[in-house]
Ligand binder design. Structure first.
Ligand SMILES: [Fe+2]
Length: 181
């Protein structure tokens, strides 16, 4: 729909430096947001795909680890928790694959090195503690990256992943306190 308001004089914010770009209607608010985006150092598409693929490899490692740990679970409580962790890791791996594909990129097929590192550790409690440190790495990675993710859909998806990881870390830490070291 056309705006019937009388034409206004061009303002200083008309950008003369980008003549090839189609002129879009914008407001000072949008403009301020765009400027903020530039200064916040948002990830470009290649950086975003790299981040998502790194996270994907980590989730795949977590999924595989949780399965391996389930086989040596010392208690019903640990089994329930590991099954929930495994479900989340698999769910987020699938989510990350979808996000990467939606960006027109190819999801990595790798399993993160974290799997081999954790499996080299002896003892259920020590392995679970290592898994939790890996989940902590994911949390820090997400916390650092989230302010740099401009796409609202991807931002919301990663925020959900962050919350689930924080919850699982707390649950695993509580379980670890009940297991003799
Ligand atoms: Fe994870």
């Amino acid at each position: 729909m056309m705006n019937d308001k009388p034409k206004q004089a061009p303002t200083e914010r008309a950008a003369p430096s980008a003549p090839s770009e189609p002129r879009r209607p914008s407001s000072p608010v949008c403009y301020a947001h765009e400027m903020e985006s530039l200064h916040a150092g948002h990830l470009d598409e290649a950086e975003l795909v790299e981040l998502l693929n790194t996270l994907l490899e980590g989730e795949r490692a977590g999924d595989k680890l949780a399965l391996a740990f389930l086989r040596e679970s010392p208690s019903e409580e640990a089994t329930v928790l590991l099954a929930a962790v495994k479900r989340d890791e698999a769910r987020f791996a699938a989510m990350l694959e979808r996000l990467i594909e939606r960006l027109g990129a190819k999801p990595s097929a790798r399993v993160g090195d974290f799997y081999d590192m954790a499996m080299a550790i002896e003892g259920f409690a020590a392995r679970l503690a290592f898994l939790n440190r890996g989940q902590g790495w994911v949390v820090r990675k997400l916390q650092a990256a989230l302010p740099r993710v401009k796409d609202e859909r991807i931002h919301a998806a990663l925020k959900g992943m962050l919350g689930a990881h924080e919850a699982n870390i707390a649950r695993c830490a509580a379980l670890l306190r009940t297991i003799p070291q």
